[in-house]
Write a protein that binds this ligand. Sequence first.
Ligand SMILES: Cc1ncc(COP(=O)(O)O)c(C=O)c1O
Length: 383
Amino acid sequence: MTIYLDNAATSHPKPEAIYRAADRTLRELGASPGRGSYRAAIEASRLLFETRLAAARLFGVADAARIVFTASATEALNLALFGLLNPGDRVVTTSMEHNAVLRPLELLRRRGVEIVKVAAGTDGFVEPADLKAACAHRPRLLVLSHCSNVTGTRQAIEELGPWCRKQGILTLVDGAQSAGLFDLDVEAMTIDLLAVPGHKGLFGPPGTGLLYVREELQIRPLLVGGTGGDSTSPLPAPQLPEGLESGTANSSGLAGLKAGIEFLLATGLDTIRRHELNLVRRLRQELPQIPGLRLHGAGAMDRQGTALSFTIDGHDPAAIAFLLDRDHAIHTRAGLHCAPDAHRTIGTFPQGTVRVSPGWFNNEQHIEHLLTALGELTNSHRG
Ligand SMILES: Cc1ncc(COP(=O)(O)O)c(C=O)c1O
């Protein structure tokens, strides 16, 4: 038996309906959505439309056309950042961001966009007051992750979103680690742009993701080309979603994503969250009992998502992850997790941490195995 505890990277396994939907679409549908008027092409278009509707329902979006499909959260974040920002703009962000935010911002900084980074505490939490103070000079955009992929820390979007709207500051939320776990209602939280992977908490296949763009907000496309609609203009379509979705759609992936969102809606986010956070709570209690083990960035439980980071004194994180895999078939991830600033913040740069991220298909027994394995591993190395 292998025990997969790397759901922060991608969720695995997926509920059965996802495999069936993707397989059926690839085998039987055989048509490109929006690219023909024969029956299968219309069915493929309907499938995309229904996926958009399901996503709109999950994120409280009134007009499903404001959901743009992408290949990943990375693409959604790049689309939002490069599509929105111009030289001279100011952006406020945090020290807990993933490279999918940090690297586009660094390229934009070299093109004349001013970036202000607000430091989190060692618990990974960025005080809303500090972010508000950094916004005193009226940035164009506040961009931050809802939950950290290193510590799981959940930022106070529910407070920051409405505040930014009042100040006329746009918000881009990286929902990579919270979509499918915490409520992300773009209306209630007043989020202008929301980037989400399809393949993590929404249970879709890899190669799926989306960007929500608030009504009336115009952003430039990252890619231009065929959209299947009006082909006469030399320019991309002005309307969404076509204007930001050039090229043949990933219909089998999106069929899987639709099934994933339907699974989430039928199961209930509350049920999923209760289950996953129970496992995380147990880990937070038990891991520190292992001699030399330190949890990093584990702040208030009511601000905790599903990623947890730890180190063990005298052990290289990469060696721990290697031994867990080789000797116990337990899959965790070691290193910086594409978030170097987050490790500088919590004091684990450059060696990084071992990250454990339970998901819907994990259970108490898996956690027990991990704890036993870590106990054995530290004992045998001490002896
Ligand atoms: C916080 C955060 N943002 C962005 C990403 C990028 O997501 P994707 O793998 O869908 O490109 C990840 C993936 O690990 C993440 O954890």
